[in-house]
Design a protein around this ligand. Structure first.
Ligand SMILES: N[C@@H](CCC(=O)N[C@@H](CS)C(=O)NCC(=O)O)C(=O)O
Length: 212
């Protein structure tokens, strides 16, 4: 049985939705980030980096990083199409997930945890402001990328979709003008129509259900 370590509202929601979409048999273990549970000795044995998500596999080993978990689910449940079969399409999907992980997510972290980027408390406001500009620019880019498409990679629903939903939720949480992003918002509404997505949003009590 697969075990997902997650925290409601965190980026682990991408892997959580991926597991539901894949129809995988899995259990969840809540790691409350707000209570610092990611830094307990027990959890550090699972992921020494103290981050969610982490996915315990059937053989007891652990996989971390949304990009890797979503790619794994794509390979393990190929009939669900979370990872395109064509090599170029597959690479484009991984490329987008890598960008979400290495650029979009850290832009938000600058807003949420400025002290991680500058120890001087006087710098916090500036770090946050820069993070906000970069995060908004990334959301605008996502809006452009999904224009004229049903899903992030085109006609096929892939791992990029649950991953991109995390950032729509975070933008909503900090009250950015998400509705100005017409394509991204229409895509988010299509996401909310998917039973697997709704199931996870309900389990995580996600803000997108309240905002819908
Ligand atoms: N690139 C990683 C990011 C993991 C990550 O930063 N997770 C955050 C939640 S969104 C976390 O666990 N933060 C806890 C902390 O930094 O203390 C991934 O996609 O899995």
């Amino acid at each position: 049985m697969l075990t997902l370590y997650y925290s409601p509202g965190a980026c682990s929601m991408a892997s959580h939705i991926g597991l539901e979409e894949a129809g995988a048999s899995f259990e969840t273990k809540l790691v409350a980030l707000a209570k610092g549970e990611q830094r307990t000795p027990e959890y550090l044995k699972i992921n020494p980096r103290g981050k969610v998500p982490a996915l315990r596999l059937d053989d007891g080993s652990v996989l971390v990083e949304n990009t890797a978990i979503l790619a794994y689910l794509g390979r393990r449940f190929p009939e669900k199409g979370l990872l395109p079969k064509d090599p170029v399409a597959e690479a484009r999907c991984i490329s987008m997930m890598a960008w979400l992980s290495n650029t979009v997510h850290p832009a938000f972290t600058h807003i949420f945890r400025p002290e991680r980027f500058a120890e001087d408390p006087n710098a916090a406001a500036s770090v946050k402001e820069t993070g906000k500009k970069n995060f908004w620019a990334a959301l605008e880019e996502l809006d452009g990328l999904v224009a004229g498409k049903k899903w992030m990679q085109g006609d096929q629903f892939t791992g990029c979709d649950p991953y991109a939903l995390v950032f729509y939720g975070w933008g909503t949480r900090i009250e950015l003008a998400m509705r100005e992003l017409k394509n991204y918002t229409a895509w988010k509404d299509r996401m909310l129509e998917r039973p697997a997505v709704r199931k996870v949003l309900e389990r995580e009590q996600n803000i997108l259900l309240k905002a819908a």
